[in-house]
Design a protein around this ligand. Structure first.
Ligand code: MG
Length: 166
């Protein structure tokens, strides 16, 4: 279980790295709102990693940090970014589901309980990415539409999830 949780920490930090890269690329291209949205996402993913780290420590375990794989640095369009986001979050959902399976097999009820928050979080993550992707498809080809969406995504504000400062 500990090994699988450590692998998840690496995956959450890689997610953070991916969204930081998207935020930077959006900034370069003048999409300030999209850059903000991914900057918030970057912080949230670091929180996810932190929650797992705190949890391992609280159980008397050992956190092992592994190298992060490289991330893509440029995307063709905002829609391509959100498409990659949705694909990635679906992968993370499968990883969380797998952690639940391991916890179940090992009769590790405390970890299974801890994972419930992440199960719910993944439903939200996929929904958010899908909603924004749908909006981008709706306005496809309209600079005005893209401008409006960028403005809306600029309003996203970071809030630390419960459990991150345990
Ligand atoms: Mg995450």
């Amino acid at each position: 279980m500990q090994e699988a949780l450590n692998a998840q920490i690496n995956a959450e930090l890689w997610s953070a790295y991916l969204y930081l890269s998207m935020s930077l690329d959006a900034s370069v291209k003048g999409y300030k709102g999209i850059a903000n949205w991914f900057a918030v996402q970057f912080k949230e993913e670091q929180d996810h990693a932190q929650i797992f780290m705190n949890y391992i420590l609280s159980r008397g375990g050992q956190v092992k940090l592994a190298p992060l794989d490289a991330v893509q640095n440029e995307w063709e369009t905002p829609a391509a970014m959100f498409n990659d986001t949705l694909t990635h979050e679906r992968k993370v959902t499968a990883m969380i589901d797998n952690l639940c399976r391991i916890a179940d097999e090992e009769r590790d009820f405390a970890t299974a309980n801890k994972l419930i928050w992440f199960v719910n979080e993944q439903v939200e993550e996929e929904e958010n990415a899908r909603d924004i992707l749908d909006q981008l498809h709706m306005v496809e080809g309209s600079r005005m539409g893209l401008y409006m969406i960028d403005k809306e995504l600029g309003a996203r504000v970071y809030a630390a999830p419960a459990g991150v400062e345990e």
